[in-house]
Design a protein around this ligand. Structure first.
Ligand SMILES: NC(=O)C1=CN([C@@H]2O[C@H](COP(=O)(O)OP(=O)(O)OC[C@H]3O[C@@H](n4cnc5c(N)ncnc54)[C@H](OP(=O)(O)O)[C@@H]3O)[C@@H](O)[C@H]2O)C=CC1
Ligand SMILES: O=C(O)C1=N[C@H](C(=O)O)C[C@H](O)C1
Length: 242
């Protein structure tokens, strides 16, 4: 399979480019806005053969990304985080024409975590929920896309949940709050903890990524999954199975 990697000079892009060749895939084109190290500066500069685009770049490039994939009829693995609601809507629109696999976290472990979080939220209906995420000190967006994905897994079971990002000052906790807290430090690859607390017990569900290869492997599995799929929006749940 011939893969276009968008954001190819970034931390994740480099990991995908390294791994895909070991994995029997082929790099059709490396695209990065720097245009350095043999990369195309823009997606539109590459018109050669390709089977899929994997995107780990920046949310602001979504219009160009979707226009390119839709115009060429190319399936897309959309792994970038930090989308505004309008930008995310652009992905949903594109998915009416092409198959799009979108996840804020490409690891199967986090897909399982999200499922367990949904179960815990349903079983412990009235408990307090707090989410703590930690990432490296170069991460641009906060909270992480994964923290939002996990909060959404709770909200799916508790529609009145309200997200509170960090806390300061005098604001007593409300029963329907989901507290979301972001740590940025050193070289942490990605850690997510969801805490369910009642007055007499605490349950903590936690995922730690040790290596970015985890996300690159997931993105390649998603690219494989998309081959032959009809237009639509796909997620890690589709890879996880029952
Ligand atoms: N879904 C998942 O599992 C994961 C998602 N991510 C997400 O992936 C994204 C990238 O992460 P990471 O690799 O750490 O970030 P980096 O900043 O290291 O890499 C992003 C790269 O994309 C380039 N870039 C920015 N905008 C564009 C554009 N419009 N077109 C082409 N290239 C562009 C950047 O160039 P420049 O340096 O000039 O800005 C940079 O080289 C983030 O949103 C991150 O949160 C990360 C890990 C896992
Ligand atoms: O920027 C990162 O590094 C990561 N971003 C994703 C997110 O925002 O959730 C996934 C992973 O945790 C690493």
């Amino acid at each position: 399979m011939d893969i276009i990697v968008n954001g190819a000079r970034g931390r994740m892009g480099q990991e995908v480019c390294r791994l895909l060749q070991e994995d029997g895939h082929r790099l059709a084109a490396a695209v990065d806005r720097s245009g350095q190290d043999g990369c195309y500066a823009r997606l539109a500069d590459y018109t050669g053969p390709a089977d899929v685009v994997i995107d780990f770049s920046n949310h602001e490039g979504v219009e160009e990304l979707m226009a390119y994939c839709v115009q060429r009829g190319l399936p897309l693995v959309a792994a970038t985080t930090g989308y505004t609601p309008e930008e995310f809507q652009r992905i949903q629109e594109g998915a009416r024409t092409i198959p799009v696999f979108q996840s804020y976290n490409m690891s199967i472990g986090v897909a399982l975590l999200a499922r367990l979080v949904g179960q815990a939220a349903a079983i412990f209906g009235g408990c307090d929920v707090e989410i703590v995420e930690a990432h490296h000190n170069r991460k641009a967006d906060a909270p992480s896309g994964t923290a939002l994905l996990l909060a959404d897994a709770v909200k799916a079971r508790r529609p009145d949940a309200a997200y509170v990002f960090g806390r300061a000052g005098h604001h007593p906790r409300q029963p329907n709050e989901i507290g979301i807290h972001s740590l940025r430090m050193g070289n942490v690859v990605g850690e997510h903890e969801v805490i369910f607390a009642t007055d007499n017990q605490t349950i903590t569900l936690k995922h730690q990524a040790h290596d970015r290869a985890l996300f690159a492997e997931g993105a390649l599995a998603a690219a494989d999954f998309l081959q032959g799929q009809p237009a639509g929006l796909y997620h890690m749940e589709d890879l996880l199975g029952p």
